[in-house]
Write a protein that binds this ligand. Structure first.
Ligand SMILES: [Zn+2]
Length: 245
């Protein structure tokens, strides 16, 4: 998943003592070409190399478990579409949620990676969408949907049609329902992991759907023209378990 400099800076607005922190964030450049060294080049990114619960991973040898999917209360919106230099991201207006039992996470944004970040049995798909929700205490809940070439997906087509070719923002002409980017069959993998971009914080409840979603090959090409490779290498499972329902 990607956290934008812009959204970080927006979070600092109204904090007069945070200018130094904002400048530090401004200077904290990273790239996918350098993904093996994120943790060593910047102290703030140490978790990227020393963490024991990093993402993405190969979803394999999963343990069958009776686990519930998060309940989604999303609605269609004419999303703001941002090219943040690392991905194309749709920003979600307040009021959409995912709930896990009595824990509530607010839907903040969704964005895309090429190829997919998670693999199943060692295989990556053409792309992956991440639906990022923020909860209490900085915990995140992220849904991952693997994307592959096939039938056109209208939501992805309208996002790619609006996507700014260079860093900047645009807005969709009409509301689209982000749930149309999820597979109809809701089998999923569940594990504890991290952001897949610096600072690689280990705060993410991951739910990755087992079945891919089809999107138009031409829309995948349009994305790869902007971001030919924006996926972090697979990370070690260490002592974690992967569950599947
Ligand atoms: Zn992501």
């Amino acid at each position: 998943m990607a956290f934008t400099r812009r959204s970080f800076l927006a979070g600092l607005m109204g904090c007069p003592f945070c200018a130094a922190a904002a400048r530090a964030a401004e200077g904290a450049y990273w790239s996918y070409a350098d993904a093996q060294n994120w943790g060593t080049h910047n102290r703030a990114y140490q978790s990227c190399s020393t963490g024991g619960e990093q993402s993405p991973i190969d979803l394999t040898n999963a343990i069958r478990a009776d686990i519930r999917a998060p309940k989604l209360s999303w609605k269609a919106q004419a999303f703001k579409i941002v090219n943040n230099g690392h991905t194309i991201q749709a920003e979600v207006a307040p009021g959409c949620f995912a709930t896990l039992g009595n824990r509530k996470f607010e839907f903040a944004q969704f964005h895309f990676h090429a190829p997919s970040e998670h693999a199943i049995g060692g295989k990556r798909t053409a792309m992956e969408a991440h639906f990022v929700h923020g909860g209490e205490g900085g915990a995140l809940l992220v849904l991952g949907a693997l994307l592959k070439a096939g039938a056109k997906n209208k939501v992805f087509t309208s996002i790619m049609a609006a996507a700014p070719p260079i860093e900047g923002e645009a807005k969709l002409n009409e509301p689209v329902d982000p749930a149309a980017l999820l597979p109809k069959r809701r089998a999923f993998f569940r594990y504890e992991g991290s952001l897949t971009t610096p600072p690689c914080s280990e705060v993410v409840n991951w739910y990755v759907f087992a079945n891919p979603v089809e999107v138009a090959a031409s829309d995948i090409e349009a994305f790869k023209k902007l971001f030919p490779m924006n996926a972090r290498p697979l990370q070690t499972l260490h002592r974690r378990f992967v569950l599947r329902n």
